[in-house]
Ligand binder design. Structure first.
Ligand code: FAD
Ligand code: NAP
Ligand code: SF4
Length: 670
């Protein structure tokens, strides 16, 4: 067996888990309305069918006060139970096991009814919470217990008590958010009473044959967070109070250290869980940036934990565990930790899905079935859109030829994967290469498709991507003016002082590429932790050290014409990491810039109507793109049925999420 530790059963007394994989809690947006529970049940059932050891649902509030947002999912009333039975029955019918996560948002509640230990607003929500009175605290503890009882009624195998990420329980634990002087604050012991009482009373209410997972914040990563001795003391009390498993929580949501984005090294925090080994006897679950069986096996074999928790990797591939158990790790559609379709959607109040697997959370709606009529179809371009479309067409039984003018598949992803901290993007290309092999797809590399070579196909799908926009100012034809393609694909020489024209996603990526020294910090946990200020000795409170970023490799100016600071339009949950990275590397980011001319002195610009000279050696243009669909007119006039997807369709605001989903949806409709 290739992954003996990962695939070993875990005996929990009344229940034995078949392997060491926990599907971690993740909000999907299907939790909030009764009418979505059939979809939620199908989503979990597919993961259970894929062999995951234990599932934890997204967070459900134990009361209205505990809502994350108005009308968010809640399990507190008798009539809530029936909808949850749909979920538990569907999972159990597939032989799976599932726990309900109980999440009280406390001051992270995005609504005016939020409560907290003290009336202190969080830096990431607009609402100031009301401080709970002593009676309110007693009622809140009873709400947790009531929710666990209802979960038991609904057929769950247990609950997870959300005690980390800065939610209510975490807020009780530190002076930063708990300034009470009664029995629930004023000393560590009193602050810790709240979670201990919850677990103790919950165990008494649900009896021994029901799992209570406690998610323990092991690294707060916020100022005045818990010290390591406090965390160990709490873990011991939670064990005595009757918990069955301890899960790891890393970082409050308001922390300014990234914890799950793609630039965080794989398994970057399992060392924290390991420190708790020997302090308690409960099985420990570790988490964050574990996405492939090799990594999970290494973590478990090293003794860092007894189980691994993965949430996003099971969105990306519901059959992750089955593939690992059949020694088919290469077949896994890997989560690239981009957050673009999962967390970003949740923060925008949209249903979660997955960039590399658009079926996630749409299992009942996006069903890929056999084609009615088998056709001969040409897909032109093997970027994300073409790869997704061609493989889905072949899965449905069509005869597909995939044309790619380059010598390799991947399109722009071949540039993306070179950006420090985006190495994961290579996994998507490995996955598609494998699918192409398995489906015996007719892949024609180094072949530029033309209107002539496309004669004879029933349908042609143009996935030919984009061409970069150039700029036209005096000097823009000079040799020191490069496009991002010259830099990222063709390794053009770049001087020590660089101006980047255009501060969209690609401008930011090029800046990171040019300031970072190889190898990428993402490959080295200790170096990454030093740069971001994570104290791996755990001697500092909250695990925070003073960040020590390495000196930048080049001096960079990152420019845009629109007013305001660059980077405002980057993705919701990852943009701040890119902005902070470049700030730490002393990149000058300027908005409201008018480009005038380029000469041997550098780039001449106007800012606030004042002329400035940026004395740079190289100018890199990252000014967006235009669709590349020159073939369309010829094909249409030749009477060939032609479809456009990805950048060839619309270049503005194109990303791989749209490209892959559009490719799959078109393939499903032909
Ligand atoms: P492309 O990827 O451009 O693929 C088009 C393909 O068609 C190319 O391989 C081309 O060679 C081929 N082709 C063109 N004409 C022909 C022809 N006549 N015959 C044969 N082949 C042809 N997106 C994200 O979502 N998240 C990110 O973090 C992200 N980071 C990025 C970082 C960088 C540095 C870059 C450059 C892009 C990034 N993107 C990111 C954007 C993402 O890569 C694109 O949105 C995506 O690749 C578009 O897919 P596509 O298939 O439409 O086009
Ligand atoms: P973009 O996000 O549209 O940014 C283009 C930049 O060029 C903007 O800063 C724009 O700002 C500037 N610009 C536009 N026209 C210009 C002109 N004529 N002259 C000078 N400047 C001009 O495009 P991109 O950065 O090329 O990225 C392409 C796509 O890839 C994006 O849509 C993005 O979603 C995706 N991507 C995503 C990520 C990610 O992390 N999610 C990373 C990389 C790429 P001004 O008009 O204000 O100057
Ligand atoms: Fe992973 Fe990105 Fe999919 Fe989210 S959207 S599950 S981060 S690949």
């Amino acid at each position: 067996m290739t992954y003996p530790h990962l695939l070993a059963p875990l005996d929990l007394g009344h229940l034995s888990l078949p392997n060491r994989v926990l599907m971690g809690s993740m909000h999907t947006g299907l939790e909030d309305r009764a009418r979505d529970f059939d979809k939620l049940a199908a989503y979990f059932a597919e993961r259970a069918r894929g062999g995951v050891g234990l599932i934890v649902t997204g967070g459900f509030a134990p009361s209205i006060e505990g809502w994350l947002a108005p009308f968010a999912g809640r399990l507190s009333m008798p009539w809530h139970v029936a909808r949850h039975r749909k979920v538990t029955r569907a999972v159990h019918a597939e032989g799976g096991r599932i726990c309900l996560q109980i999440l009280h948002a406390g001051r992270y509640g995005y609504h005016p009814l939020s409560v907290a230990p003290s009336a202190i607003k969080s830096p990431i929500t607009p609402f100031k919470p009301r401080a709970l009175g002593a009676r309110g605290i007693a009622r809140t503890i009873e709400d947790f217990v009531n929710c666990a009882r209802k979960a038991q009624d609904a057929g769950y195998d247990g609950v997870e008590v959300m005690g980390s990420e800065g939610y209510l329980i975490n807020q009780f634990l530190v002076e930063r958010s708990n300034q009470r002087s009664d029995n629930w604050g004023g000393s560590v012991e009193k602050r810790q009473r709240f979670p201990v009482e919850i677990v103790r009373r919950m165990r008494a209410a649900v009896g021994p044959g029901f799992l209570i997972i406690y998610r323990l914040s092991m690294l707060d990563l916020v100022e005045a967070g818990q010290s390591w001795p406090e965390i160990v003391a709490l873990a011991k009390k939670i064990e005595s109070a009757g918990a069955s498993l301890l899960n790891t929580g890393i970082g409050w949501h308001e922390a300014r250290v990234p914890t799950i984005v793609t630039s965080v090294p794989r398994a970057a925090f399992t060392w924290v869980t390991r420190r708790l080994k020997g302090e308690v006897t409960l099985p420990l679950i570790t988490t964050n940036r574990i996405n492939m069986p090799e990594i999970a096996e290494r973590v478990l074999a090293a003794g860092d934990a007894d189980m691994v928790s993965m949430a996003r990797p099971l969105l990306a591939d519901p059959h992750w565990v089955r593939k690992a158990s059949e020694d088919r790790s290469d077949d896994i559609n890997t989560c690239i930790a981009c957050n673009q379709a999962c967390l970003d959607h949740v923060f925008e109040n949209k249903r979660a899905s997955c960039l590399v697997n658009p079926r996630a959370c749409h299992e009942t709606e996006l069903v890929v079935g056999p084609a009615g009529v088998r056709k001969r179809i040409a897909v032109v371009g093997a970027g994300p859109a073409g790869l997704s479309c061609a493989t889905t067409l072949a899965e449905r039984g069509h005869a597909v030829s995939l044309f790619e003018q380059a010598a390799q598949i991947g399109g722009q992803f071949n540039m993306a994967k070179r950006i420090p901290g985006k190495e994961e993007f290579a996994e998507t290309l490995r996955y598609y290469a494998r699918r192409i092999d398995q489906l015996k797809l007719d892949l024609r590399l180094s072949t530029m498709a033309t209107a002539v070579s496309l004669q004879g196909f029933d349908d042609v799908v143009l996935a030919t991507g984009v061409t970069p926009r150039s700029i036209t100012i005096p000097g823009s034809e000079d040799a020191n003016v490069l496009s991002y393609i010259d830099v990222l694909r063709d390794n053009a020489a770049v001087g020590p002082r660089v101006a980047i024209i255009g501060a969209g996603g690609i401008g930011f990526d090029v800046a990171e590429f040019l300031v970072e020294r190889a190898p990428s910090p993402t490959t080295d946990i200790a170096r990454w932790a030093r740069e971001w200020g994570v104290d791996t000795t755990l001697t500092q409170r909250a695990g925070l050290a003073i960040p020590a970023p390495e000196a930048p490799l080049r001096q960079i100016w990152l420019l845009q014409r629109s007013p305001g600071k660059p980077g405002k339009r980057l993705n919701r949950t990852t943009g701040w990491v890119h902005r902070a990275t470049l700030k730490a590397k002393h990149v000058t980011m300027l908005g409201g810039v008018a480009y005038e001319r380029i000469d041997e002195q550098g780039l001449h610009v106007r800012i606030d109507d004042e002329p400035h000279l940026l004395a740079v050696d190289t100018i890199v243009v990252c000014a967006g793109q235009e669709p590349n669909r020159g073939l369309q007119a010829e094909l249409v006039s030749a009477g060939i049925k032609t479809h456009l997807i990805g950048g060839a369709d619309v270049a503005a605001e194109l990303d791989a999420k749209r490209a892959i989903e559009q490719g799959m949806r078109l393939a499903n409709a032909i």
